[in-house]
Design a protein around this ligand. Structure first.
Ligand code: ADE
Length: 256
């Protein structure tokens, strides 16, 4: 049986710092402006790296993880802007499908179709998805995530009773910071729960290399005119802590 080696990709440097703190027998490899941290967590071999931002950068990072480090599966965490109006800051979205909202090769192909793959959406393997849903469900029901925050942090960021939602995530090289852009996206992709800038690109690489993956995002903003307010603070004070807790839980559950 092939030994598991889990790739852990974080869309925020703050998350990586926390996860790297858990590593035993840590080694650092610097390549292509990225630092890969190799080691073990709970005796499981892992390689941890900051994805960098945008589709090209994150696709490059995950390709390196697969080709140079031989990862056997991938966990990807980060933040996202809410598109679905039922989502609140602090909620967790697990992707059951990922789409590149800025991919448009019409009239040669359908809108959003990935050239040569003949697909618009990519879906993580069911087993990874189920275990991620179970893991996040447990973290929410025993309140381990909200307990990471002080009462003033919960209040400032309005993270009181986060929920988990499973559905479509859209990725593209755009930070959504206006009601207009958000409305335009909803008009073309009404099922989208949230937006970020990497997930669907990483999913494409994993699909092409047959690497099981899961993409989990904490909602940091509402992808509208208020998006930039508190974004950095939210990432450093809330999402980075959630990210570390989520990865620890996934490692316990998925890597068994
Ligand atoms: N990641 C977090 N918030 C985002 C937003 N509003 N647009 C794109 N990516 C994001």
């Amino acid at each position: 049986m092939i030994k598991k080696r889990i790739g852990i990709l974080g869309a925020m440097p703050e998350e990586i710092t926390g996860i790297v703190g858990l590593l035993k027998n840590k080694q650092e490899v610097v390549k292509g402006m990225r630092t890969y941290y190799v080691g073990t967590i709970n005796n499981i071999e892992v390689v941890v790296v900051f994805s960098r931002w945008g589709k090209v950068a994150s696709a490059t990072t995950v390709t390196h993880l697969i080709v140079e480090f031989g990862i056997t599966e991938l966990f990807f965490t980060g933040v996202a802007g809410a598109i679905n109006p039922d989502l609140n800051i602090g909620d967790i979205v697990i992707a059951s499908s990922l789409i590149q909202h800025d991919l448009d090769a019409r009239p040669i192909m359908d809108r959003f179709e990935i050239p040569l793959l003949g697909k618009t959406n990519l879906c993580p393997p069911k087993e990874m998805l189920d275990k991620a849903v179970e893991s996040i469900g447990e973290l929410l029901s025993d309140e381990s995530l909200v307990h990471l925050l002080s009462s003033s942090q919960s209040e400032i960021f309005s993270v009181l009773n986060p929920k988990v939602v499973v559905g479509q995530i859209a990725s593209g090289d755009q930070f959504f910071a206006s009601h207009e852009d958000k409305g335009n996206l909803l008009a073309i992709l009404p099922e989208v729960l949230c937006v970020e800038m990497e997930g669907a690109a990483v999913a494409q690489v994993c699909f092409e290399y047959n690497i099981p993956y899961v993409v989990i995002r904490t909602i940091s903003d509402e992808a509208n005119d208020n998006s930039v307010v508190n974004f950095k603070e939210f990432v450093s004070q809330v999402a980075s802590r959630f990210g570390v807790e989520i990865i620890e839980k996934l490692l316990k559950k998925i890597a068994l």
